[in-house]
Design a protein around this ligand. Structure first.
Ligand SMILES: [Zn+2]
Length: 362
C-alpha cells in the first residue's frame, strides 16, 4: 500500500551515484538507445558504465522522461565527452577537443598574415567543424591532427589602402562683355579624394594576385568655373593723338604713372590674359623677351614714333607684322621684372622715351 502522490520507481546508479530516477526500466533502456544515436562512435552502449537499477519509493513528479535520462547518462558517463570533428571536403579527418581544434584552425588561418597589414584569411577548401558527443577513446589529442591541419590550404588577402586625388573639371563660361584674352577664375577647382583599397592575395604565403577591392570617395572634387571673354573690341580711340587705348575699357587701372621714381612708362594693371592692342598702326620691330621687359612688343609707327608693350604673358604678333590700330598683339602678364599682371606702356619719340599718358588720354 502506498500513500497518494507516492509511487514505486527505480533509481539508476553509475557506480554508487544516482544519476536519474525512472518510472520503469524501459525508460532507461529507451534513453540508452537515444544516447547511442546522439553519441558518435562504434558500440556506444558498451562504453557506458554498468547501471544498477533498484526500486525506490518516490513522489510522482520526481521521475525523468527518457530525454532527460539520456542527458543524465551523457553527463555521467566518463567515456562520453563533448568534442568536435574536423571535416575536409566532406571527409572526416579526426576529432579533438572543440576549443583546442578551433584554436589550431585559427592559428593555421593566421599563419600567413602579414604583420601590420589588414589581413583576411580563409581556407581554400571546405573545412567544417561538427560539434557533438564522442566516445573518449575515439577523440584525438590535438597534436595528432597537426599534420592534417598544417596541410589545409590557406588564402590570405592583405589589404592596403591608399589615398588618390580625383581631378576636377573646368567649366568655361564665355561672355561677350569681356574682351578676348580676359580670363577670370570665378571658382577655384578643388581635387577630390578617394580611398582605394588593394588586396594582395597569397596562397599558403605565396603571392598569387593583386585585386582592387574598392574605392571610397571621401571628398568630391569641386569644379573650376572660369569666365573667358570673346569680344574682339578695339581699344578706345583717344581724341587728338590718333592713338587707341591699348587695353579694353573697364579692365585696367593705373598702378604706376610715368615719371614716378624715374618710371619711363605707365603701368596699367589688368587681369592676366587681357588683350593688349596696338595703339596705332605700324610695323612690329620687336616681339620677344627683351631685357627686364619680359615678353615685349615694339611697334614702329613711322615719323620716329614707336610704342612698347611689356611684361606680356603671351605674344600675338611677330617681327615684321604690319598691324592696324586696335589689333591684338599680346596678352597681359607678369613676365620680366614685374610683380603683378600689368601692361608697361612706353612711347618713343626718336630715341627719347616721352610721357606716354597724353597719347592715350591719361
Ligand atoms: Zn612699368
Amino acid at each position: 500500500m502506498l500513500f497518494a502522490g507516492v509511487r514505486l520507481a527505480y533509481n539508476v546508479k553509475f557506480d554508487e551515484k544516482v544519476i536519474t530516477t525512472v518510472s520503469n526500466k524501459k525508460v532507461y533502456y529507451a534513453a540508452v538507445n537515444i544516447v547511442a544515436d546522439i553519441v558518435e562512435g562504434n558500440d556506444v552502449v558498451s562504453c557506458l558504465p554498468e547501471a544498477k537499477i533498484n526500486p525506490v519509493v518516490t513522489i510522482n513528479d520526481a521521475v525523468d522522461d527518457c530525454n532527460r535520462v539520456a542527458d543524465a547518462i551523457i553527463d555521467n558517463a566518463d567515456e562520453i565527452i563533448s568534442a568536435s570533428r574536423l571535416v575536409l571536403n566532406g571527409t572526416a579527418l579526426g576529432c579533438a577537443d572543440s576549443s583546442a581544434l578551433q584554436a589550431a584552425l585559427d592559428a593555421r588561418k593566421a599563419e600567413y598574415n602579414i604583420y601590420g597589414a589588414d589581413c583576411e584569411s580563409e581556407f581554400v577548401d571546405n573545412v567544417t567543424v561538427e560539434e557533438g558527443y564522442f566516445i573518449k577513446s575515439e577523440v584525438n589529442d590535438i597534436s595528432e591532427l597537426s599534420d592534417e591541419i598544417s596541410s589545409l590550404n590557406v588564402r590570405t588577402t592583405a589589404k592596403t589602402t591608399t589615398e588618390q586625388s580625383i581631378p576636377y573639371k573646368t567649366v568655361t563660361n564665355k561672355t561677350s562683355e569681356k574682351p578676348v584674352g580676359y580670363v577670370n577664375t570665378d571658382q577655384s577647382g578643388e581635387y577630390g579624394v578617394s580611398l582605394v583599397t588593394f588586396g594582395t592575395v597569397y596562397l599558403n604565403g605565396v603571392e598569387t594576385e593583386k585585386v582592387n577591392i574598392g574605392t571610397q570617395v571621401t571628398k568630391e572634387p569641386v569644379n573650376e568655373i572660369i569666365t573667358v571673354g570673346t569680344n574682339k573690341l578695339s581699344g578706345t580711340k583717344v581724341s587728338g593723338s590718333g592713338f587707341r587705348f591699348p587695353l579694353p575699357a573697364g579692365v585696367w587701372e593705373i598702378s604706376c604713372p610715368y615719371g614716378k621714381s624715374g618710371h619711363k612708362g605707365v603701368d596699367l594693371r589688368a587681369p592676366n590674359g587681357t588683350a593688349i592692342m596696338a595703339a596705332a598702326s605700324g610695323t612690329v620691330v620687336l616681339a620677344g623677351v627683351y631685357r627686364d621687359y619680359g615678353n615685349c612688343v615694339i611697334i614702329d609707327h613711322g615719323n620716329g614714333i614707336q610704342t612698347l608693350y611689356a611684361h606680356a604673358s603671351k605674344l600675338c604678333a611677330k617681327v615684321g607684322d604690319t598691324v592696324t590700330a586696335g589689333e591684338i598683339i599680346a596678352l597681359v602678364g607678369s613676365t620680366g621684372n614685374s610683380t603683378g599682371n600689368h601692361l608697361h606702356f612706353e612711347v618713343y619719340v626718336g630715341s627719347d622715351r616721352v610721357n606716354p599718358q597724353p597719347y592715350i588720354g591719361l
